[in-house]
Design a protein around this ligand. Structure first.
Ligand code: ATP
Length: 239
């Protein structure tokens, strides 16, 4: 449903952040993008959401070329994006934010379901302002709930596990599993977490701005985990 064709992103100083990236996100599937820090994963997510413009290459959503569309237009077409570092909205309550995201009036039970799915009790949070009084983990969970509220065709989550405690993380895995079961909504999740990689339909490894590997978890995970061991090896030997 989402297709990136030869995407490159070069900064004005000539630094190549993404280098000829081509990939496909299948309809109703969970695609996980992983790889070393600084490899280009967030940049890729921003380019998909329209927050950054690629220097070359094209992006297609269900066959339509959306390369030139801005963030708002892409959101209208059904792409939603949860930031690695969520944005705070002073003066806006959690209720307002969820309602804005859903684009319609929500019932109290909807708030309970949305916030409950990210491990928050609606009663405690619904009327709180989305400002700095919320902890990093709380704001991150609210951000994920807004993406769920949007009910879009493609949801992009950038490191949803960041700042979330273990208990809520299990809940998050359940949320992703449920979305997968619906078979309608596609998810692109950037993650370093093995538990998220384990539920992936497809894993894409990005390193140095390039796609290093693509495949099912059966194809990619063993070498990925083996690679981590190898990377740790020299240190172990030195000690
Ligand atoms: N606007 C920008 N200006 C300059 N450099 C940038 C910009 N955006 C990204 N970079 C650089 O591009 C590289 C890739 O960054 P990116 O955030 O995409 O990596 P990542 O794979 O998401 O990393 P992490 O796993 O640490 O979140 C990094 O070296 C980063 O410093």
């Amino acid at each position: 449903m989402l297709k990136l064709q030869n995407i490159s992103w070069v900064l004005p100083n000539g630094e190549k952040i993404l280098d000829d990236v081509s990939l496909t996100v299948q309809k109703g599937k969970l695609t996980v993008v992983t790889g070393p820090n600084g490899g280009g994963k967030t940049s890729l997510a921003k380019i998909i959401a329209g927050l950054e413009k690629p220097t070359s290459g094209r992006i297609f959503l269900d066959g339509e070329d959306i390369t030139k569309l801005d963030t708002t237009m892409r959101a209208k077409k059904g792409i939603s994006y949860a930031f690695q570092q969520p944005v705070r909205f002073k003066g806006l309550s959690v209720r307002d934010l969820l309602e804005l995201s859903a684009g319609e009036k929500l019932k109290e039970s909807d708030y309970c379901e949305l916030l409950g799915s990210v491990g928050l009790c609606a009663h405690d949070y619904i009327d709180r302002e989305v400002n700095s009084s919320l902890s990093g983990g709380e704001i991150k969970r609210i951000e994920i709930a807004t993406v769920l509220a949007r009910n879009t065709r493609l949801s992009v989550f950038d490191e949803p596990e960041a700042g979330i405690d273990l208990w809520s993380f299990s809940g998050l895995i359940d949320v992703f599993q449920k979305q997968k079961q619906s078979g309608e909504r596609s998810m692109l999740v950037i993650s370093h977490q093995e538990r998220i990689l384990q539920i992936a339909d497809e894993i894409i490894v990005i390193a140095n701005g390039k796609v290093r590997t693509t495949g099912t978890k059966e194809q990619v995970l063993p070498s990925l985990l083996e690679g981590e061991k190898v990377n740790q090896c020299p240190l172990g030997k030195e000690v």
